[in-house]
Design a protein around this ligand. Structure first.
Ligand SMILES: Nc1ncnc2c1ncn2[C@@H]1O[C@H](COP(=O)(O)OP(=O)(O)OP(=O)(O)O)[C@@H](O)[C@H]1O
Length: 359
């Protein structure tokens, strides 16, 4: 089933806080990112129909949820809401929680067997919520939300209560939901690494307003957004795709807008999308094509701009490959030695960091 877009233009007034938000949520996974108190949970509650004071319009595909003369109650919106504290019914087993959702199902939705298998719930069915770990509770809560037949899942910090190992366990399950179950996801998070491993695109929010929505590579690579993202070092994010695998050396070749890059430590199938980050500290400039170094990747680059920073450090913006950019820091002495100026062509040794693999 193809996902329908969710269009909204809503306001919510509270003493000392005003939410004004208009945007469109497409298929796939959209992260909603912003500082504490900026209104992320309030927006989810508005979309789910849980804020009586919410004004404006919400439309899912061709179905109005809210607008002139229309206000569907939460249970008639094809939406599921999962919070960080999973709010499972404590008196019911995991199976009982799933049964409850299935009884309240709205129209079509993923089948029970599919959900149990997809989220690895079989071994948990007879457990009571008190006996489940944080990650297991999250999986049951996701299953319960999916069985109610939503077209849109709103997840409020679904990973923040989990340790890194549990996060790694849940991440691929969340990642697979849109394609596997035909459900689009809007995920609230504070954590950049979650966004980068999980989402297709991101909405940035600040003080009750939506600042922008864009693909991750655009947002994370734009200096204007680094402060709100909490990034202290220049970096770019590139989407790539697996084009080759060298099993002898354990290396995977990725095609990116910057060119072909080889990385280790992952082994996804051919064609799989992989997200990479290249930080300024992982870029070294060389006048000649490097012949013998331990860095695997070198690309021809062109200097675009130089900006003086503090303490004799210069930030250099480089153009690379097909419309990609790259940043590095050099000393003023290196600027002179390499005769760096806009237009200068040289080579960059780079060490990309693999952020996420979407199998
Ligand atoms: N039930 C409520 N009654 C009154 N004010 C509230 C209520 N819930 C939230 N607020 C206020 O509304 C504003 C937005 O809160 P909201 O929880 O939506 O932000 P958030 O971005 O989700 O924050 P966090 O990341 O800390 O969860 C804050 O000023 C908050 O104090």
């Amino acid at each position: 089933m193809t996902a329908r877009p969710l269009d909204f233009d809503v306001t919510l007034e509270r003493p000392g806080f005003q939410l004004r938000a208009a945007d469109r949520i497409e298929s796939g996974i959209t992260a909603l990112f912003g500082p504490s108190g900026c209104g992320k949970t309030s927006l989810l509650r508005c979309l789910a129909g849980l804020e009586p004071a919410c004004r404006g319009r919400i439309r899912h595909g061709d179905q109005p949820w809210q607008g002139p003369g229309v206000r569907l109650p939460p249970h008639r919106r094809a939406v599921g809401l999962v919070f960080q504290d999973t709010r499972l019914f404590p008196h019911l087993s995991a199976r009982g929680n799933l049964d409850f959702a299935e009884r309240r199902r709205r129209g079509d939705g993923p089948g029970r067997a599919e959900v149990i298998e997809g989220l690895g719930l079989r071994a948990l069915l007879d457990q009571s919520p008190a006996a489940l770990s944080g990650g297991e509770s999250q999986r049951v809560a996701l299953g319960r939300a999916l069985l109610a037949g939503p077209r849109l899942l709103l997840l409020d910090e679904p990973l923040s209560g989990l340790d890194a190992a549990r996060q790694r366990e849940i991440m691929p399950l969340l990642r697979a939901i849109p394609e596997r179950f035909g459900v689009q996801l809007l995920v609230v998070t504070h954590a950049c690494h979650e966004v980068l491993s999980l989402a297709d695109r991101m909405i940035l929010m600040q003080a009750g307003r939506l600042i922008t929505q864009a693909p991750l590579s655009d947002l994370f690579s734009a200096p204007d957004y680094w402060p709100i993202l909490g990034l202290t070092e220049p970096a770019v994010v590139w989407p790539g795709r697996v084009v080759a695998r060298d099993n002898d050396w354990g290396l995977t070749t990725l095609a990116t807008d910057a060119g072909r890059l080889r990385v280790s430590g992952i082994n996804p199938g051919s064609g799989a999308p992989v997200m990479l980050r290249v930080s300024a500290r992982d870029v070294v400039l060389s006048l000649e094509p490097p012949m013998a170094t331990s860095m695997l990747n070198s690309l021809p680059v062109r200097v675009e701009a130089l900006e003086n920073e503090r303490d004799g450090v210069v930030r250099v913006r480089l153009a690379v490959g097909h419309r990609a950019a790259l940043w590095t820091h050099v000393t003023r002495q290196s600027v002179a030695a390499l005769r760096l100026e806009p237009g200068r062509r040289l080579h960059a040794l780079i060490r990309p960091e693999v952020l996420g693999v979407n199998h």
